[in-house]
Structures are given as structure tokens and as C-alpha cells.
Write a protein of this length. Structure first.
Length: 151
């Protein structure tokens, strides 16, 4: 994905939006936006916080969809095979809120967050683990790219 100057013009709200969208079922990469903004001289810690907040809120949205939409309606709407839905829910029930640590994963992170909502996992631990997983992903990304925290 090529990032033009229009993304930089959006600033922090643009990063927040990119991070939020990346945590939904929409195919979007917040990592590229974060790295471009840090490389352009943005405050690493501030950008890290904004990306983590946006991505976490997107994950909480997926959790809310699972929690408040009727299960049968959600399965019809997403066209998920009922046996797959049962497997996801069984995995989430075995792991509990700890499964939220994996919500940052591409492709399967969104279904994990939705399954956590469907299984009515406890909100506070789920939210804490979800934020921790998403923050760790961005921290590793920034570290791997050589964009260290300001000293």
C-alpha cells in the first residue's frame, strides 16, 4: 500500500482511523501508516499510543458485535459455518479472556474478538488482554523497524 502525503495531512486522527479500521473486518494496514508517520519525524510514543488506542477500540467494537447481536443472526450475517462457529466458541471458552491477547493477529483476530463477545467473556480482563496484545504488536513492529523510543 502506497502512502501519499494525504495520510500525513490527516495526522493523529488519520492514524487513529487507520488503526481502528485495521481492527475491523475491513482489509487495511495500520502498520504502514504508523511506520510512515514515525519515519517522518512524529513522536514515537504519542503515535504508538494513538495507534494502540484506535486498534483497541476497533477490537472492542468486534467484541461488542459478538456480545450484543443475537448469535443466530450474527452467524447468518457473516455466513460462518455453524460448526466453525462452535469450534471458535469452544476455543474461547477454554482460554477465556486470555484469548484476547491474540486479537491483533491478521485474519483470525477479528473472529476471536467476536467470539469473546458471543461467549460473554468478562469485559475488563478481555479489554486489558486485548490492549496488551495490540500494544505489544506495535512495540515489536517499531523495535523491528529500528524506530526506538525517544531517550
Amino acid at each position: 500500500m502506497e502512502l501519499g502525503p494525504e495520510w500525513m495531512a490527516w495526522g493523529l486522527p488519520g492514524l487513529f482511523l487507520a488503526s481502528f479500521l485495521a481492527a475491523t473486518v475491513l482489509p487495511f494496514s495500520s502498520e504502514a501508516v504508523l511506520l510512515a508517520m514515525v519515519a517522518a519525524g512524529g513522536d514515537t510514543l504519542l503515535l504508538f499510543g494513538v495507534a494502540t488506542a484506535g486498534n483497541s477500540l476497533g477490537g472492542f467494537t468486534n467484541y461488542g458485535i459478538g456480545r450484543w447481536l443475537p448469535t443466530d443472526r450474527l452467524i447468518r450475517w457473516t455466513r460462518i459455518d455453524a460448526s466453525k462457529a462452535r469450534r471458535w466458541m469452544a476455543m474461547v471458552q477454554r482460554r477465556g479472556s486470555w484469548a484476547a491477547l491474540l486479537c491483533w493477529l491478521p485474519v483470525i483476530g477479528d473472529p476471536i474478538a467476536i467470539a469473546l463477545g458471543l461467549c460473554r467473556s468478562a469485559l475488563l480482563p478481555t479489554a486489558l488482554f486485548m490492549v496488551a496484545g495490540k500494544a505489544a504488536r506495535y512495540a515489536v513492529l517499531l523495535w523491528a523497524a529500528g524506530l526506538v523510543w525517544p531517550g
